[in-house]
Design a protein around this ligand. Structure first.
Ligand code: ZN
Length: 871
């Protein structure tokens, strides 16, 4: 699965919870499912048989079921002649389980027969309704624990089975499922037909899918696999790009893994209501519309990149996740870390000019920040309940695990790592595996200590800090402790048994050496131009240098370091400052050293941190003074760039867009009037000569926008339904309006029932996290809690709670704490803990750094009213 990109990631704290695992001893072998959904009544009926093998004789069988109304359950010995016997059904709703108890003891191979009814819910999980203004669709999302809402099942990833699926649907509708349709015949029910699908390979229940509606598709083919990208009929013209992306990625993976994609076809389907970004159901991938549909002719590169990444992510899961599945959800990282790392490998091979290495470096830096908070968790954590499992889908399982995998590949070399991956997959095909299986395969193949390295990163929580000191000539002392933002003001001395492959920059290729608790001094490579200890920005650790080492790096920062390494350095210095060991003035000095930075991603990363200085540290007049510094320093650079040129490189467009965005944010009058003009042109139908700036322009114009502009946006939202990207863009722009009357309108609109569940929480989250709107939004949310809560799904509630992390006062922290003590939100306890911790961290950061910022501004900001500067 890929998370929705606006979602705020959460972490997990293990609480004492009732174990909800199924009892052992019963193994499903094969399911036969026949479902008849009623899209108008929002219900469905099901007939199911499950062939199971019993390890030992027993009178009862327990499986998972939720929101299922059983009609009758019976069993027959498989292949035998004994009469059927009927079960007494005992449901345990709190465990989402049902127990079938039979008069006679069962043993060996048994076939269960189950007839039941279910509901097509509106909570975007299980078998649910997805709606457009024209009609309803019935679709599925089962990961992690919602197959049990569609069919009673042994709903755990290790309990794999084969599936025969059939659906009876309206004559004009079709069904897309994991395999091909093998039979299509009229039903005994008038005006309906029954579609039967080929038997699936052995697979986990959470990967089953069936999608009912009038979908239309574009088609392609690669390596003898037919590929389709499908949508509602009005959007099928936006599906071609995804087919191209899938053709490239599927062929890439067939080669990379050395194991051919096994399904008879590959379908990718965009769904109007979809909570996650996308889902890797075996052979039947589902997507949020904005993550699959794109107009190749008009979409900007970020929108195309997003689709390419998500397609590459879901396709890599067909191997990592679908063919070989984690044994249990505690090792979710095996699925998600791998797919997160792999998505840029494939998409980067397709479009090398899209600068994925810089994106990876920025992601790494942001993830290290996230992981340094006191509320973090290890990559592998104990989980038992659906609530706990849902909270595993966070930045740690995705980005941290992906970064650790990238670090290991960098250490071993591409070919050795790839051979280890192949061996691991081959050994567990159509089965399940654990973390130990993965690192043992890599260690056996490479004869390097991958097991020790990976174990230390999978089991220790947080971020290791490598502190360099100068020892005797030719050597460097490097100590390793766990870095933390949240323990006192200083870097923690928490020790963990880290084994870290530290890679030094040299004139040619990086030289890596493993730092362990027993080995704390490493030789410095002979031909290093500077001592930089995270070559290629692949290592999952922070580095501190001596003042002399840092000065030497700074002197050659744009010539000796790659863009990815510069992003890494920015992150290290920012983290050091945040932990209280550095001065915010020194960080801002680095930002000014990088002001002529030639790479857009590097500049974007450092300016992103400068805006954090503004939001988290600056108060009162210092905010305006910091804005004036930005205008004075960066406005000349923006002006010197000029307008767009024909055949402009992507990086150049990004640079202009970054500068435009930060100057608008700093209230630069020239940029603001350009933003208003571009927005006006957009709404009066004039073509822009700089489309790369439009998104930023509309957002900036909204910030100071009035009622007329707001009304235009509302009209545009209604009209934009034909282009999901545009619709989402405009919808989220509503959250940027700062006029209190308009903020109120947005809040009311979000809970009015006119905004899809999938979008309402993310708009609320923006309103709750922006410094300009958060106070008003928070007050309103408390006063209108029942209406807000009615919009929340199992995952989106945590996004709303997580958005409160941006407050920075004791009063707000106490309000948040006491409000949620009496107003509960599903699966959000860890989001709340994390928000409260972030607020505390911010209070401390501000207390330490605000005086330093004030001093720095005394020597760098022009004196006077901000409006008189930069005009
Ligand atoms: Zn995924």
């Amino acid at each position: 699965m890929i998370r929705y990109r606006l979602a705020l990631a959460l972490t997990l704290v293990c609480s004492a919870a009732q174990a909800q695992r199924l009892p052992d001893g019963v193994h499903p072998e094969h399911y036969t499912l026949a479902l008849t959904p009623d899209l108008k009544a929002a219900t469905f009926s099901g007939e199911e048989t499950i062939d199971v093998t019993m390890d030992r004789p027993a009178k009862s069988i327990t499986l998972n079921a939720a929101e299922i109304q059983f009609l009758d359950v019976s069993e027959t010995p498989t292949g035998g002649t004994a009469p059927a016997q009927t079960a007494v059904i005992t449901k345990d709703d709190s465990k989402e389980q049902a127990m079938f108890t039979f008069p006679q003891t069962l043993s060996g191979k048994v076939t269960l027969h189950i007839r039941y009814n279910g509901i097509l819910n509106d909570k975007l999980r299980g078998f649910y309704l997805s709606k457009t203004p024209l009609r309803n669709y019935a679709v599925t999302q089962f990961e992690p624990t919602d197959a049990r809402r569609a069919f009673p099942s042994f709903d755990e990833p290790a309990l794999k089975a084969t599936f025969d699926i059939a659906l009876t649907v309206d004559a004009n509708d079709t069904v897309i499922s994991n395999t091909n349709i093998i039979e299509d015949k009229p039903s005994s029910v008038p005006k309906k037909h029954t579609l039967r699908f080929a038997t699936t390979p052995k697979m986990s229940t959470y990967l089953v899918a069936f999608l009912v509606g009038d979908f239309q598709c574009s088609t392609g083919r690669v390596d003898d696999t037919p590929i389709r990208a499908c949508s509602t009929p009005d959007k099928v013209k936006l599906t071609k790009f995804a087919v191209d992306a899938a053709e490239f990625s599927l062929h890439y993976y067939d080669n990379y893994f050395g194991i051919k994609y096994p399904m008879p076809k590959l379908d990718m389907v965009a769904l109007p209501d979809f909570e996650a970004g996308a889902m890797e159901n075996f052979g039947c991938l589902t997507y949020r519309e904005t993550d699959l549909l794109v107009d190749e002719k008009s979409a900007n590169i970020p929108a195309q990149k997003r689709v390419a990444e998500v397609v590459a992510h879901e396709l890599s899961h067909q191997w990592f996740g679908d063919m070989v599945t984690m044994q249990w959800w505690d090792n979710l990282w095996l699925n998600e870390g791998f797919a997160t790392w792999m998505e840029h490998k494939a998409a980067g091979a397709w479009h090398p000019e899209w600068n994925f290495p810089q994106d990876d470096a920025t992601n790494l830096s942001d993830t290290l920040d996230y992981d340094a908070e006191g509320t973090t968790r290890p990559i592998r954590a104990t989980v038992n309940t659906p609530d706990q499992i849902n909270q595993m889908f966070d930045r740690i399982s995705y980005e941290k695990a992906g970064a650790v995998i990238g670090m290991v590949e960098n250490y071993l070399g591409e070919q050795a790592f790839r051979a280890g991956v192949h061996n691991y997959l081959q050994a567990h095909l159509y089965g399940n595996a654990t973390a130990e299986d993965f690192w043992t395969a890599q260690t056996t193949n490479s004869h390097q200590p991958v097991d020790k390295i990976m174990q230390s990163f999978v089991e220790n929580s947080g971020v290791p800090l490598v502190s360099l000191t100068q020892t005797q000539p030719g050597g460097v002392g490097a100590s390793e402790v766990t870095f933390s933002l949240s323990q006192n003001a200083a870097i923690s001395d928490r020790t963990a048994n880290w084994s870290i492959p530290v890679c030094f920059k040299t004139a040619d290729k990086p030289v890596c050496d493993v730092l362990t608790p027993q080995r704390k001094s490493l030789p410095v490579p002979a031909n290093a131009p500077i001592l930089f200890a995270n070559a290629a920005s692949k290592g999952y650790y922070r580095v501190t240098y001596t003042p002399q080492q840092y000065s030497a790096i700074l002197a050659k920062v744009t010539t000796a370091l790659t863009p990815a390494e510069r992003i890494n350095l920015i992150g290290d210095r920012w983290a050091l400052m945040q932990s209280g060991s550095g001065d915010v003035g020194e960080f801002l000095d680095l930002a000014l050293v990088l002001k002529q930075e030639p790479n857009a991603a590097v500049l974007a990363h450092v300016l992103d941190k400068v805006s954090d200085v503004h939001d988290l540290i600056a108060t009162g007049a210092d905010r305006a003074r910091l804005e004036s510094v930005i205008r004075t320093q960066f406005s000349p650079i923006y002006k010197a760039m000029g307008g767009p040129q024909r055949h402009e490189p992507y990086d150049h467009q990004e640079m202009r867009s970054t500068l435009f965005g930060i100057l608008g944010w700093a209230k630069d009058p020239t940029v603001m009037s350009q933003a208003r003009q571009m927005t006006n042109d957009l709404f009066t139908g004039k073509r822009s000569d700089d489309p790369g700036l439009i998104d930023a322009a509309v957002g900036l114009a909204a910030g100071t926008g009035d009622r007329d502009l707001y009304d235009s946006m509302m009209v545009a939202v209604q009209r934009a339904v034909v282009d999901p990207n545009l619709e989402e863009e405009i919808l989220h722009t509503l959250a940027f309006f700062q006029d209190p009357a308009l903020v109120k309108r947005t809040l009311e609109y979000v809970v009015s029932g006119q905004v899809r569940n999938q979008d309402s929480a993310s708009i609320l989250a923006v309103l709750l996290s922006q410094t300009e709107t958060q106070d008003q939004a928070w007050k309103w949310v408390q006063e209108h809690w029942p209406a807000v809560k009615a919009q929340l799904t199992v995952n989106s509630g945590a996004h709303v709670v997580g958005a409160l992390h941006n407050f920075c006062t004791v009063q707000r922290r106490d309000e948040v704490k006491s409000f949620f003590a009496t107003h509960t939100v599903e699966a959000s306890d860890t989001a709340l803990t994390k928000s409260l911790q972030s607020i505390d961290d911010c209070i401390r950061l501000r207390a330490v750094q605000a005086p330093n910022l004030n001093r720095w501004l005394d020597t760098h900001a022009s004196v006077g009213h901000p409006a008189s500067v930069g005009q």
